[in-house]
Design a protein around this ligand. Structure first.
Ligand code: PRP
Ligand code: URA
Length: 207
């Protein structure tokens, strides 16, 4: 299952973040803002429980998030989405998965992982701005499943049909939320039109 967040406020910001003339400061700010909007939708089905709150007037039946939330940025570029989701769920825990795409094979290479113990039995939200071939996302989901995550949700900013097909075929139980489903991958496995190399644009580095 995937859901495209087609809200005008998100799509307006997406037009700016894609722009080749947008520098890393603005790129980072927009990544945070867009992430917050997408996550607002992505978290709509998380488990809540009813609680009773005493207002100045009477008792109110309210809802409280009832699951351990673990946000998992895929290093590096996923870190650019961390601030946005933590503004929404400030008590979430954070785990890290380090993956990079081999420049020749384009296959994900794992180099780091550190998850809080609450990932076991908890709800893990993978954040990564780009799902291109989908290889990195599939690898991150597999790692979280091996770690005992009860529920996994993926949030990205831009993806494409090839990436969605790979992730959904491997993990049909994991929903994906995105602000864009672009046209295709080019020969270098970059998303077209995409936004270029998300990590480089976020952190002001270049090849
Ligand atoms: C980018 C991106 C994803 C991955 C997507 O990371 O942030 O993790 O590529 O590609 P895929 O769907 O084909 O696996 P990259 O490997 O460039 O590493 P970085 O975040 O360290 O720049
Ligand atoms: N990684 C990126 O940062 N951008 C792409 O288009 C594909 C992979």
């Amino acid at each position: 299952m995937h859901e495209l967040i087609d809200h005008p406020c998100v799509q307006h910001k997406l037009g700016i973040i894609r722009d080749v003339d947008t520098g890393h400061k603005l790129f980072r700010e927009l990544a945070t803002e867009i992430t917050k909007f997408i996550c607002y939708e992505a978290l709509k089905n998380i488990k809540v429980k009813e609680i009773v709150v005493q207002t100045p007037v009477a008792e109110a039946i309210c809802k409280k998030i009832d699951t351990d939330l673990v946000v998992v940025p895929i290093l590096r570029a996923g870190v650019g989405m961390l601030e946005g989701i933590l503004e929404l769920v400030p008590t979430a825990r954070v785990g890290f998965v380090g993956l990079y795409r081999d420049e020749v094979t384009k296959q994900p290479v794992s180099y780091y992982q550190r998850l809080p113990k609450q990932a076991r039995g908890g709800t893990c939200i993978i954040i990564d701005p780009m799902i291109a071939t989908g290889g990195s996302t599939v690898a991150a989901i597999e790692l979280l499943k091996e770690s005992g995550a009860a529920q996994i949700v993926v949030v990205c900013i831009v993806t494409c049909p090839e990436g969605l097909a790979l992730v959904e075929a491997a993990h049909p139980d994991v929903p994906i939320y995105t602000a864009a489903i672009d046209d295709h991958l080019n020969a270098d496995k970059y998303i077209v039109p995409g936004l270029g190399d998300a990590g480089d644009r976020l952190f002001g580095t270049s090849h």
